[in-house]
Design a protein. Structure first.
Length: 335
């Protein structure tokens, strides 16, 4: 047990699309995700947790502002539940700062928080316990908690399991280029900026609409197959096959959403998507575009072919960050 701890955790991107959730917010289908950070590892959530007297309660600050409303209450209730079920009587001050994260901060924020509470009070929780509590704050928190490439498995629902598939070391030959299509307030406007990206489609909109598509039942059959085949391709060292399956899945998900009127890949975003596919096909480059619901394309590429993507993005004046696969959360300070 410590008076104060500091933890860093990393954001995530979808690999096999999470689309459609149940009333308890458990996923309807198996999915996969990837924890990522920049080559310098400066894209992360840093969370400090400090013990307080019990009567002072729980205080949560994100990027310098105390969080209130439903989001704040959900996180506080998660912390209260952990402390109550573990027999801990204490207040806590939690300060979380997101560094250079454009998407995926809810996963890294909750992962860092759960890890910090575990370390602060010496709870020695298993990964399964951390995931159970973390899901109160983010339904895909296991992606950040496990690091590397992971699967969210609902084969035995209501049990939801986070299964590690490959570590960040296993995937050291993969690079990820993040290309955002909207600039945060106060930052220079991107070359790829467009009025089309002033808003983003919410996760709840995606979950609600994709299940209404008549072909969703086909997705329910095909997605588990793709997850199994991606895992098989990894074991065989076949990154190209992995990427082909990732593209098959993400294009299917976005096509269903687009049929329902939810278009993520708008205008210049769709143009880059097709350009990456063209480069991969015509030049034999092992690369694939992917995207969740945000205004960002993530381009996965074998590091031996990364120059092809980097040079294309620079030549066409895209703003981007070059990333790598990230590990699970790390405790960096204890007092």
């Amino acid at each position: 047990m410590y008076n104060e701890v500091e933890v860093e955790a990393f954001p995530t991107i979808p690999v096999v699309f999470l689309g459609g959730i149940r009333e308890d917010r458990a996923p309807r289908l198996n999915s996969m995700g990837l924890a990522i950070t920049t080559l310098e590892e400066d894209m992360k959530t840093v969370t400090k947790a400090k013990q307080l007297p019990e009567e002072e309660g729980i205080h949560l600050f994100v990027n310098g502002k105390e969080i209130s409303g439903k989001r704040g209450e959900d996180i506080k209730n998660m912390v209260k539940r952990i402390l109550s079920e573990k027999g801990i009587r204490s207040g806590v001050r939690i300060e979380s700062v997101n560094h250079n994260i454009k998407s995926g901060s809810s996963d890294s924020g909750v992962a860092a928080l759960v890890t910090a509470i575990d370390e602060l009070f010496g709870l020695n929780m298993s990964k399964e316990e951390k995931i159970k509590y973390g899901k109160m704050g983010s339904e895909s928190v296991q992606r950040s908690l496990l690091g590397g490439l992971s699967e969210t498995n609902v084969d035995n629902y209501p049990e939801v399991r986070g299964i590690p598939v490959a570590s960040h070391e296993d995937l050291k030959d993969i690079r990820i280029f993040l290309v955002p299509f909207n600039a945060p307030e106060g930052e220079p406007k991107y070359k790829n900026e467009s009025p089309l990206f002033k808003t983003r489609i919410t996760a709840d909109e995606i979950h609600q609409e994709i299940v209404k598509h008549p072909d969703y039942k086909i997705r329910m059959r095909e997605t588990p197959r793709r997850v199994l085949e991606i895992k098989k391709a990894f074991k065989e060292g076949n990154i190209k096959r992995m990427f082909d399956l990732i593209l098959e899945d993400v294009e299917n998900a976005h096509e269903l959403l687009e049929d329902r009127g939810l278009v993520v890949r708008k205008g210049p975003m769709r143009e880059l998507w097709e350009d990456v596919k063209k480069i991969a096909k015509e030049r034999g480059v092992i690369a694939v575009p992917t995207a969740g619901g945000g205004n960002q394309i993530s381009i996965l590429v074998h590091k031996d072919h990364a120059d092809h993507i980097r040079n294309f993005l620079e030549r066409n004046n895209y703003s981007f960050r070059e990333c790598k696969v990230a590990p699970s959360p790390r405790v960096v300070r204890r007092i």
